[in-house]
Design a protein around this ligand. Structure first.
Ligand code: C5P
Length: 219
């Protein structure tokens, strides 16, 4: 069974998806981490987001893996552990630029479908319910006010990277990214017609989890 959770930056999709996947015994697909790892890989190879010919060539050698260890889920880019490296603001912005390239999206879409094939998964990202898994059994779209999302993202940056960032700057970064993600031609971010939309602005994590579980239990 596939459950998709989509929505804009900083809305808390990852946190919620992890909790739900644990409680249902499902696997968790962090598709954003794949766009981040790809951006890091292309950047290290000196290839820009609009150079589709070179991108096609280097992406043949791109292998992304998620592994579970004591510290939680780790992201491997080929053999390197890039779990923390892909969480910087620079990579967030780059990921969004590469994500607008149709070749990049095709390659990652195929990888995502292969990873999930015949398994129970919570797939989280921007286009999971719309373009990658349009037949998913349950679809959710989380949203929240920009200020609240900036606060959540700033807290996350502090927790993961130990970086203190001004919330106004974080708000600018995520609103630029949302704008790019929502207006690109290839698979733009929008709720699927059959998604349950949840405004999490005034909800706790537990309340969002409960809401999602209630929808699934009552279906
Ligand atoms: O979710 P996260 O913030 O890690 O995603 C980073 C970027 O990757 C997003 O801003 C978006 O441009 C891109 N992305 C995407 N489609 C997905 C997941 C992420 O375009 N399914």
């Amino acid at each position: 069974m596939i459950i998709t959770i989509d929505g804009p930056a900083g809305v808390g999709k990852g946190t919620i998806a992890k909790i739900i996947s644990k409680s249902l015994g499902f696997k968790y697909l962090d598709s954003g981490a794949m766009y981040r790892a790809l951006a890091l890989f292309a950047n290290l190879n000196g290839v820009s987001d609009n150079d589709s010919d070179r991108l096609k060539k280097i992406l043949i050698d791109l292998h992304i893996q998620f592994i579970d260890d004591k510290e939680g889920e780790r992201v491997l880019l080929n053999t390197d552990d890039v779990t923390e490296d892909i969480r910087t603001n620079e990579i967030s912005t780059l990921a969004s630029k590469f994500a607008a390239n149709d070749i990049v999206r095709k390659i990652l879409r195929e990888m995502q479908r292969r990873m999930i094939k015949d398994k129970d998964f919570i797939a989280e990202g921007r286009d999971m319910g719309t373009y990658v898994f349009p037949d998913a059994e349950y679809k959710f779209y989380l949203d929240a006010d920009l200020k609240i999302r900036a606060k959540r993202r700033a807290n996350q940056l502090k927790e993961i990277l130990g970086i203190n960032m001004n919330e106004e700057n974080v708000a600018k970064e995520i609103s630029n990214r949302d704008n790019l993600d929502m207006t690109r031609e290839s698979c733009p971010l929008h709720p699927a017609a059959d998604a349950v939309i949840i405004d999490t602005s005034n909800m706790t994590i537990d309340e969002v989890v409960l809401k999602i579980k209630t929808v699934i239990d009552n279906a």
